[in-house]
Design a protein around this ligand. Structure first.
Ligand SMILES: Nc1ncnc2c1ncn2[C@@H]1O[C@H](COP(=O)(O)OP(=O)(O)O)[C@@H](O)[C@H]1O
Ligand SMILES: [Mg+2]
Ligand SMILES: [Zn+2]
Length: 201
């Protein structure tokens, strides 16, 4: 009889732990701070524009969002609020997981056998629908995230290319053009190969 009570307590404890983990994850936020007095070292853009671009992309992605995965997922952060502190513009957004480069060996192992094709397809379709090319799919997966549910996400639109918007940035900017030509067509390959490389590392 005592053993049953013990088991019930353990089960309650596990359920409580799982629930609080779920609760904490779904309510945690990430605040991206952008110092508008600085310039982006890669694109040489004023950080004020970098901020505008990030906000524009996240809003546009949200407005046009349609997850086509068999299980509905959230692949992009959603803006919660924007506020200024000193020289920094703060974008408070939903935390959608852990960057691939921060995954532990155990987590990599856990995610490695999941087939992400459907999710990659879904993310790319959503980007296309919004006329956005991410262009910063860093090799170690810093800008790709995974959460406990195995939902794949894409973050960091600092240097994204946006169709018919911010056109002035393209003119007279060689790094932009160089980067644009390099990244514009390789989203799927970048995505797939980075994911596979990192998870199998
Ligand atoms: N919405 C988010 N959800 C979870 N983690 C995030 C989110 N936004 C940023 N991060 C974490 O913060 C890091 C830096 O944010 P990022 O937007 O990539 O800025 P940076 O332009 O400095 O690379 C990311 O690599 C990721 O680990
Ligand atoms: Mg980043
Ligand atoms: Zn999806």
């Amino acid at each position: 009889m005592k053993l049953i009570y013990q088991q019930i307590i353990i089960l309650y404890f596990i359920a409580f732990f799982q629930l609080s983990k779920y609760f904490i994850e779904s309510f945690t936020v990430y605040t991206k701070k952008i110092d508008i007095t600085k310039i982006n070292c890669f694109t040489k853009w004023n950080n004020n524009r970098v901020f505008e671009l990030e906000v524009y992309c996240l809003k546009k992605l949200k407005d046009n969002y349609n997850c086509i995965c068999s299980k509905k997922r959230k692949h992009f952060p959603e803006i919660i609020k924007i506020y200024n502190i000193g020289n920094k513009k703060n974008i408070e957004m939903t935390n959608i997981g852990t960057s691939l480069n921060f995954l532990s060996k155990i987590e990599r192992k856990k995610y490695k056998n999941i087939n992400f094709d459907e999710q990659i397809e879904c993310i790319l379709r959503n980007l296309k629908k919004s006329g956005i090319y991410h262009a910063d799919m860093v090799g170690y997966g810093n800008n790709m995230v995974i959460n406990e549910e195995g939902d794949l996400g894409l973050i960091d639109f600092n240097i994204a290319f946006v169709k018919d918007k911010f056109n002035d940035l393209k003119e007279n900017n060689n790094s932009y053009k160089e980067s644009y030509n390099k990244h514009i067509n390789n989203n799927y390959d970048s995505f797939k190969s980075i994911l596979t490389n990192v998870l199998n590392d």
